[in-house]
Design a protein around this ligand. Structure first.
Ligand SMILES: C[S@@+](CC[C@H](N)C(=O)[O-])C[C@H]1O[C@@H](n2cnc3c(N)ncnc32)[C@H](O)[C@@H]1O
Length: 191
């Protein structure tokens, strides 16, 4: 899924993800937030509107710079780089959100990637997003995205306090309109 144009065109005006809205209510401090795979920056904008003092939006797609032009806010830092190349200082974020974005890291090193994100959370910090389940329609031989069983997904969040963990397993469509089976774990976890 290298070309995100169709996806972005359908995610310009929707409300922020309800999972993130709920996750922010668990934040005890709002100093520093990270939006991973930030896309059209709707969630980034929501974090700024929620009062975070500093928000970093990271995505490998250069298009996010254009979306950032519509947000004139000195609290925002935009980073165009792949997850694999980002710096994650330990205990630096009060919130890390990755809305439908984590599995695109890829299979190789995925567990270590999640561990790095957890380590980058401050004590009490909140981690929220989605993991893709093994029954997902994209989980076919050769696909590069990361998929987990429910046990594996729970294991990745081990050591965190789980505030919400739900499983979605249903037929639906993708941005292009094609049919697809979705198997997704939605989570809010706290360090
Ligand atoms: C499904 S979109 C989700 C966008 C937004 N978070 C949302 O909820 O609408 C996934 C995003 O992850 C980004 N992405 C995919 N692989 C990435 C990688 N390896 N490093 C950084 N960003 C990546 C894509 O460019 C895209 O914007």
């Amino acid at each position: 899924m290298a070309d995100w144009q169709t996806y972005y065109s359908q995610h310009l005006y929707r409300p922020p993800r309800s999972l993130l809205v709920k996750a922010v209510s668990f934040c005890i401090r709002k100093d520093n937030a990270l939006d991973l795979g930030a896309g059209t920056l709707i969630e980034t904008k929501f974090l700024l509107d929620s009062g975070f003092k500093k928000v970093t939006a990271l995505d490998s797609s250069p298009e996010i710079r254009t979306f950032a032009e519509g947000i004139n806010d000195e609290r925002l830092t935009v980073e165009v780089r792949p997850y694999q190349e980002m710096e994650l200082p330990p205990e630096s974020y009060d919130l890390i959100t990755a809305s439908y974005a984590l599995p695109f890291y890829g299979k190789e090193g995925f567990d270590a990637f999640i561990a790095r994100l957890v380590s980058a959370l401050k004590p009490g910090g909140v981690f929220t997003g989605q993991l893709f389940g093994v029954k997902d329609g994209w989980n076919v031989p050769g696909d590069k995205r990361a998929f987990q069983t429910r046990d594996e997904a729970e294991e990745l969040l081990k050591g965190l306090t789980i505030e919400l963990f739900t499983e979605e397993d249903k037929d639906g469509i993708v941005a292009s309109g094609e049919a697809k089976h979705w198997h997704i774990f939605h989570f809010i976890a706290r360090k």
